[in-house]
Design a protein around this ligand. Structure first.
Ligand code: NAD
Length: 474
């Protein structure tokens, strides 16, 4: 049985509070996770604080080299990590359109390599006979990372690598649903990083609360639900921690009437359903012009009925199970509410025979804004297809939601699509695509989808504070 241990000051730690980790495809316990508490958080923060002078004073080149060693370790342990991700998250090894554990590992390696490569040179904003003014970027100190269960390893990398690159030391707390691959990653990283630079404490609300309240943590990078993000913000206020909050999304896609439905149907389906819709920036509300509504609904339902749902260890599975019973319950309740509320279930709409938290990919017609399945983030294999007649009106409807993570416009007329894109209230808009992120382009939400950005130089800057130095010329 796998043991997901904590790591403090380079040393694996166990505890008496051991919690089972369930494989969502079989509902069997496949690992045990050693939970910490407030004392363990204190020990991990002391360890990170102790390692900070050494790590922050290393040259950029040395820190880059260490992170590239971490990337090599991910590469040489790729298959083992892919299996752990599949067993704990349910995500298929290959997955729909190649979006599975293989992609999660490929992304983790790419984000580590590219993240290591960024630089934050001193900016000179004035240099004349009066003065020279320089803007320096300095590490913050101890950065805590709190991660969700949907892309457990890749999101851990998204948090940890820029924090370390900037010279901070780190404490990570993975989701208790998916602690195993992250534990292995931290163990591997600790074989090349100095002791105390990257620490890991397992747990749920108690540990998350201790992190949020801790006076010696300078920043939290959090990815998860909007209510938890708000709680962290509230608890962090007393120590005025910096925060990056990557929260829930309810991304709208707008299909303009000039498209050829047969050309985009597969892609539309893929961006909504990969990883069973359990992706923050998946397409979650699809607005289609009335002239093409029936054709789009029919095409999506036909694809939904043809994809293979099964255990992710089977290389043929396109989609796996929901990651946990709670999420399956949310999905079932949203589909029931649509059914009771004149929604037409064109595909799916039912749980699949167990064991495992499997649910058939579901396409729902005849729901609209104000209906639960449209207004609430489903985070599951459901796509409501919503009819519109007027472009200005559909943009208003897309923007009506509190979430503002991503959005998309589908059209052959790129100028028109760009105009619509500029009017959407969200952090990223894709044209003829959705959810495709890359390590050098900033990503983050507006409105209630979050604060701050990750990735690229902009994301790295968020792991630093500014020190301005003004040198008066005598
Ligand atoms: P969640 O908010 O339930 O949990 C996320 C993490 O927070 C877990 O590690 C959990 O243990 C911890 N936590 C729970 N209570 C806490 C507290 N009081 N204080 C501190 N930490 C606490 O979210 P989830 O169900 O794991 O993930 C799904 C959500 O994450 C969805 O809403 C999804 O959209 C969002 N998400 C957003 C992004 C993004 O980049 N914006 C990416 C992935 C997922």
């Amino acid at each position: 049985m796998h043991q997901a241990k904590m790591i403090i000051n380079g040393v694996p730690n166990t505890s008496d509070n051991v919690v089972d980790v369930i494989n969502p495809a079989t509902e069997e316990v496949f690992a045990q996770c050693h939970f910490g508490d407030r004392d363990t958080v204190n020990a991990a923060v002391s360890s990170a604080r102790g390692a900070f002078p050494l790590w922050s004073n290393l040259s950029d080149e040395k820190r880059k080299a260490k992170l590239l060693e971490v990337a090599s370790l991910l590469e040489s342990n790729m298959h083992e990590l892919m299996e752990l991700v599949t067993m704990e998250s349910g995500k298929p090894m290959n997955g729909l359109n190649g979006i599975g554990s293989g992609m999660e590992l490929g992304g983790s390696i790419a984000w580590t390599q590219v993240g290591a490569s960024f630089d934050l040179p001193v900016e000179v904003i004035q240099d004349n006979e009066e003065a020279r003014v320089e803007v320096h970027r300095k590490p913050l100190g101890v950065v805590a990372s709190i991660t969700p269960w949907n892309w457990p390893l890749m999101i851990a990398i998204w948090h940890v690598i820029p924090a370390l690159r900037a010279g901070n030391t780190v404490l990570i707390k993975p989701s208790p649903y998916t602690p195993v691959a992250t534990s292995r990653f931290v163990e591997l990283a600790n074989s090349v990083l100095p002791a105390g630079v990257l620490n890991l404490v397992h747990g749920d609300t108690e540990v998350g609360t201790a992190i949020s309240e801790h006076r010696d943590i300078n920043k939290i990078i959090f990815t998860g639900s909007t209510p938890t993000g708000k709680k962290i913000m509230e608890l962090s206020a007393s120590s005025l921690k910096r925060l990056t909050l990557e929260l829930g999304g309810n991304d709208a896609g707008i299909v303009l009437p000039d498209v050829q439905v047969s050309e985009i149907a597969d892609k539309l389906f893929g961006v909504a359903f990969h990883n069973n819709g359990q992706t923050c920036a998946a397409l979650k509300r699809l607005y289609v012009h009335e002239s093409q509504y029936d054709e789009v609904c029919e095409a999506l339902a036909s694809i939904a009925n043809s994809v293979k749902v099964g255990n992710g260890m089977n290389p043929d599975s396109d989609l796996g199970p929901l990651q946990n019973a709670r999420q399956l319950h949310i999905v079932k309740s949203l589909v029931e509410s649509a059914r009771e509320n004149r929604g037409v279930i064109l595909a799916g709409g039912r749980e699949l025979d167990g064991p495992g938290y499997f649910y058939a990919p579901t396409i729902i017609a005849d729901q609209t804004d104000g209906d639960r399945v449209v207004d609430e983030e489903q985070f599951g294999p459901i796509l409501p297809v919503i009819k519109y007649s007027d472009l200005d009106e559909v943009i208003r409807r897309a923007n009506r939601n509190d979430a503002g993570l991503g959005g998309s416009v589908w059209s052959n007329d790129l100028d028109r699509a760009a105009d619509v894109a500029s009017r959407l209230e969200c952090g990223t808009v894709w044209i003829n695509d959705h959810g495709a992120v890359q390590p050098d382009a900033p990503f983050g939400g507006v409105k209630q989808s979050g604060i701050g950005v990750e990735f690229g130089v902009q994301g790295l800057k968020e792991c630093t504070s500014i020190q301005t130095i003004k040198i008066a010329k005598l």
